[in-house]
Write a protein that binds this ligand. Structure first.
Ligand SMILES: C[S@@+](CC[C@H](N)C(=O)[O-])C[C@H]1O[C@@H](n2cnc3c(N)ncnc32)[C@H](O)[C@@H]1O
Length: 203
């Protein structure tokens, strides 16, 4: 797949629809087997999982085959979701913009994203996020917070360095830790836990 003319395309649903009309599978930042040792420490097989910006990645399928049977996948490209639904009808595939997650409060135990926030933040200066970018991240994090159970966690798999990604996640309610994986180039596996002291009703 050729690179788009501008990185901004990664924010554009038309770019993704066009891409997914011809591309069948692409895994951004490695595959499940490369970070399963991290994931299995944080996610239970019985957890209700929401996958943000699933694309045509094999991640949900690999997790499903490994015993994670409660996965709901969302993406804003209906083209890719139709294809994924045909390929893997045992999981849910829902067209949705992650800036406007339309799920009831506390519907999930774990929310996972891999490369999706990177696509949304693609034109940001890594040292100085714009007001618009910061506002978008707060909105997404608040959405994620809303759909997570009280002991829920948010997992972000990305190439974004901690100095850039941590403040954006921490701003909204989280205790965040991270580990790295990969050989040569290292990717980051962030785990954000809900702060348990949040009083009832403040969510
Ligand atoms: C870099 S790809 C990552 C795909 C997949 N998660 C993976 O690991 O390979 C980004 C994905 O996010 C989706 N996406 C981008 N912006 C989105 C938005 N606002 N709401 C929902 N999905 C979005 C794109 O359609 C694309 O599938």
């Amino acid at each position: 797949m050729d690179l788009p003319p501008s990185n901004k395309s990664y924010q554009d649903v038309n770019y993704w629809n066009e891409r997914y009309s011809v591309e069948e599978n692409y895994d951004w930042f490695k595959t499940y087997k490369d970070f399963v040792h991290l994931l299995e420490r944080h996610v239970k097989k019985t957890d209700r999982i929401l996958m943000l910006g699933c694309g045509n990645s094999s991640l949900s399928e690999s997790m499903y085959n490994d015993g994670y049977k409660h996965i709901v996948n969302v993406d804003f490209s209906d083209i890719v979701l139709k294809k994924m639904n045909q390929r893997l009808p045992s999981m849910e595939w829902i067209t949705m913009d992650i800036k406007h997650l339309a799920f009831l409060a506390r519907s999930f135990d774990v929310v996972i994203e891999k490369g999706t926030l990177d696509a949304l933040l693609v034109d940001e200066d890594v040292w100085h996020i714009s007001d618009k970018g910061a506002e978008m991240m707060s909105q997404i994090m608040e959405n994620v917070h809303h759909v997570l159970s009280q002991t829920g966690k948010f997992i972000s798999v990305t190439f974004a360095q901690p100095h850039f990604r941590l403040p954006l996640i921490r701003k909204t309610f989280w205790e965040v830790n991270y580990e790295t994986f990969g050989d040569g180039f290292h990717y980051f596996f962030y785990v954000a836990n809900m702060k348990t002291e949040s009083p009832e009703g403040e969510r």
